[in-house]
Design a protein around this ligand. Structure first.
Ligand code: FCB
Length: 441
């Protein structure tokens, strides 16, 4: 048995996102979001489902906080729905929407759980999409105004703020392959959106700090490790190129103030319009970087090697490769001058079954988390400043284009009855948090 110990103030958390759990899509004055529109469009979601009800968290939030308490979470990462508080994206405020988040935050604090608030986890108000969405620079300013509004209301209690969750997914799934809302397939638009999201991030940082300069403000990026299939220089070059066209594309502007050279080659004609001052806006100081880590790609000159012989895969078709997390953290730590890091998402979808004993024996998820916690700890010993880890996800939920077909929760949700059951992985996580250590064979 080996024991891996964590620093006393390590922040153990779990994450969710508004559209994936809240439901109540048109209640109490909430406006329509692009995900409402998208999921209501036939053929867009694998199981033809929607987030109309999802986990009904909008009504069950107190029960959900009780579950967080049982697990002993020290932090909870959630997102606020922009159209719930500003039904048309700007203009009249929907106080009932704002009150919902107010109560949620108060209850989290009363439960001794640190709120980590994400302002944008993909549910743009449809009214702003009708103006061109993220292709339209005016939307970036609307985002900054919405950010300031939220900070004015909650900044006295919420210390950790995230502008965007995974801008690359918004740009490329939303605008290039079209698998996500708003379902566009336009290369030029996707690069402009990628840039505009970063500009909006910069504008929001200014707006947030103008209201309250004492907050911890960051951004969350999805980073995959791109491993070379061999030591051959060609394979290493191929893997580096892959890293540059996805990871570096967002890390460089934020932490170096310019796009990587490869971006210009990759985008070609589609290179976005960059306004004077944009790069400085984007590269403002951050208080933390959020890293969402799930898997890696193994790259050779022939492209991605898949499946990797002998590797385990999750229901998403993502390889389980925890050592890649340590390599990734070391790589970005070497390449950039980074603020403290939080692993803002890490977890796995597996086919769960409710056993005859009523429990969910999700041994594989438990093992996935154990391995990734240990690799995070090793990266910390290597010198990477990781301050906390958030499991994706607290609850099984609406997994975007996959609907309810992928379960990531450490808590099982029966979508018929909305009954929640803590899975074995959740019970195990409770012990990890209580002991602040991970035990492994
Ligand atoms: C991330 C998203 C999150 C969830 C996980 C599985 O890209 O941020 O909402 O869908 O993937």
């Amino acid at each position: 048995m080996t024991t891996t110990r964590f620093p006393p103030d390590f922040l153990w958390g779990a994450a969710t996102a508004a559209y994936q759990i809240e439901g109540a899509w048109n209640e109490d004055g909430k406006g329509e979001s692009i995900w409402d529109r998208f999921s209501h469009t036939p053929g867009k979601i694998a199981d033809n489902s929607t987030g109309d009800t999802a986990c009904d968290h909008y009504h069950r939030w107190q029960d959900d906080i009780a579950i967080m308490r049982r697990i002993g979470l020290k932090a909870y990462r959630f997102s606020t729905s922009w159209p719930r508080v500003l039904p048309r994206g700007r203009g009249p405020v929907n106080l009932r929407g704002l009150d919902f988040y107010d109560r949620l935050v108060d209850a989290l604090l009363a439960a001794n759980i640190e709120p980590f608030l994400t302002l944008y986890h993909w549910d743009l108000p449809q009214a702003l999409q009708d103006e061109g969405g993220w292709e339209n620079r005016a939307v970036c300013h609307a985002f900054a105004d919405y950010s300031a509004l939220m900070v004015k209301r909650l900044g006295d209690r919420v210390k950790y703020w995230t502008t965007f969750n995974e801008p690359s997914v918004v740009a490329f799934d939303g605008y290039l392959n079209g698998g996500h809302a708003p379902g566009r397939q336009d290369a030029k638009a996707s690069f402009q959106v990628g840039h505009n999201l970063l500009a909006a991030h910069g504008l929001a940082l200014q707006a947030i700090r103008a209201v309250n300069p004492n907050l911890q403000v960051g951004i969350v990026l999805n980073l995959w490790m791109q491993d070379a299939a061999s030591d051959l220089p060609e394979d290493v070059a191929a893997a580096n190129l892959a890293f540059e066209s996805s990871e570096t594309l967002f890390l460089d502007p934020i932490f170096k103030g310019h796009y990587p050279a490869g971006a210009y080659e990759m985008a070609g004609e589609s290179m976005p319009e960059i306004k004077d001052g944009d790069m400085a806006l984007i590269a403002q100081r951050l208080d933390y970087l959020g890293v969402n880590f799930y898997s890696r790609n193994l790259i050779s000159t022939q492209g991605q090697i898949e499946p990797v012989p002998g590797s385990e895969y999750t229901e998403m078709g993502w390889e389980v490769c925890a050592p890649a997390l340590r390599r990734l953290l070391n790589r970005i730590n070497d390449d950039y001058r980074l603020p403290p890091i939080y692993i803002t998402e890490n977890g796995a979808a597996f086919k769960d079954e409710v056993s005859v004993d009523g429990k969910i024996h999700d041994e594989r998820r438990l093992d996935y988390l154990r391995q990734h916690f240990i690799q995070t700890n090793l990266a910390m010993q290597d010198g990477v400043d990781v301050r906390g880890c958030f499991v994706w996800s607290l609850l099984d939920n609406f997994e975007w284009a996959f609907g309810y077909t992928k379960r990531f929760g450490i808590v099982h949700v029966d979508y018929e009855t909305q009954k929640r059951t803590i899975k074995d992985s959740g019970e195990w996580y409770a012990k990890v948090i209580a002991g602040n250590r991970v035990e492994a064979e």
